[in-house]
Design a protein around this ligand. Structure first.
Ligand code: MG
Length: 379
């Protein structure tokens, strides 16, 4: 009986869920599959986990060797959806704050995981902020829904997996010897992202250019304080084959940033300045585009809507990540056929991933043919 129900759900689920998850209009679609499926409730569990970085990671402002995450599972009718919250220190969340937030969330009041809009509106209302904590529920719920209908999310969203972009691999601020070594080790990537703003910008770029002529993305992490110096540097970078410049100036210098974007020969991308859906329209004219990350956006639901809004505003879209396992990275990768640029290397920077998911082949993101966010738990 159960097997028959699963076949039925698979058949009707993909079409109607795709409509539901694509936008508000589709949210009215009836979901008879779930009503026939189970009277079960959603339950979830979570645990802290420390990611170990393969190399010390240095950007303008700080260095670190580990990243704290919280791994979540939402259980429903014998299926498990996986989620993750990653908390790099500069975003202000921690394992303690995430667990404190998750303890306040009562998912057992819901017995229909397809009511994702309702469930995630509730989760968002539990407390302000806590964006990574909210993302770990959002990701697990999306994964669960994909597993119920036995389809990858990219299919439910109507996306072509052949249209995934290249992903960049990040080279942190370091001495020329280390930068050269890391660049050589990254030979399989067709585009690199270089961290600048550490006082040795031209040395960083010149060192990398001794090794490779692949296109480069640049991320300054708010490191340039003077707009005229920033513009001069961007002109120099353009000659060196740089594609865009991410968060060149402090997020608080809004007028300087608008001037820089107006005059810049390269696109400027907001990262630290930009968090959620409600921010997108504010940055039209201040930056050329936005860097969406699930840990800022509260997960896939808002990330998908942000892409739609940014496109309507004729803005560029990049999808990025924190240091994360293959769980959150594979979730973000499901949206990658929709973006201009991807920087989804967070799982490649750690030595203790516990999931297997998205792969990088010839520098390009390859989405697994697995349901939900497309991961398997290792061991
Ligand atoms: Mg950035």
């Amino acid at each position: 009986m159960k097997a028959k129900r699963r076949t039925f759900i698979k058949t009707i689920g993909a079409a109607s869920l795709g409509a539901m998850m694509a936008g508000a209009a589709g949210a009215c679609v009836e979901q008879p599959s779930v009503k026939t499926r189970s009277n079960g409730k959603l339950s979830f569990s979570y645990r802290p986990y420390d990611l170990e970085l393969t190399h010390t990671f240095t950007v303008a402002g700080y260095s670190r060797n580990t990243t704290p995450v919280v791994l979540t599972e939402i259980h429903y009718d014998g299926l498990v959806g996986y989620g993750e919250a990653s908390m790099p220190p500069y975003l202000g969340e921690s394992q303690e704050s995430v667990i404190r937030f998750l303890k306040k969330v009562d998912l057992e009041q819901f017995n229909d995981p397809f009511r994702l809009e309702e469930i995630l509106e509730y989760v968002d209302s539990v407390d302000e902020g806590n964006r990574a904590a909210k993302a770990c529920i959002d990701i697990a719920l999306h994964d669960l829904i994909g597993k119920i209908v036995q389809q990858p999310l990219y299919k439910l969203w109507g996306l072509n997996p052949d249209k995934t972009p290249l992903t960049s691999f990040t080279i942190g601020i370091d001495t020329p010897d280390v930068v050269k070594l890391k660049t050589e080790e990254a030979a399989r990537f067709k585009v690199l992202k270089v961290k600048l703003g550490g006082g040795n910008d031209k040395e960083m770029i010149n060192t990398i250019r001794l090794v490779t002529d692949v296109p480069l993305y640049v991320d300054v992490n708010q490191g340039w304080k003077d707009k005229n110096m920033a513009l001069d540097m961007i002109h120099w970078l353009k000659e060196k084959g740089i594609v865009f410049v991410e968060q060149p100036m402090p997020k608080t210098q809004v007028d300087d940033m608008a001037w820089l974007t107006e005059n810049s020969p390269l696109p400027t991308i907001a990262d630290e300045a930009f968090q959620r859906l409600s921010d997108v329209a504010k940055f039209k004219g201040i930056y050329s585009g936005i860097n969406i990350k699930l840990m800022k956006s509260t997960g896939l639901r808002e990330a998908h809507k942000m892409i739609t809004v940014a496109r309507a505003l004729d803005m560029k879209v990049m999808i990025g990540c924190m240091t994360e396992t293959s769980c959150a990275v594979s979730a973000a990768a499901q949206l990658s056929p929709l973006v201009d640029w991807a920087d989804l290397d967070g799982n490649l920077l750690i030595s203790n991933d516990i999931y297997e998911g998205v792969k990088v082949t010839d520098g390009k993101i390859v989405l697994p043919d697995l349901p939900g966010i497309g991961i398997k738990k290792l061991s």
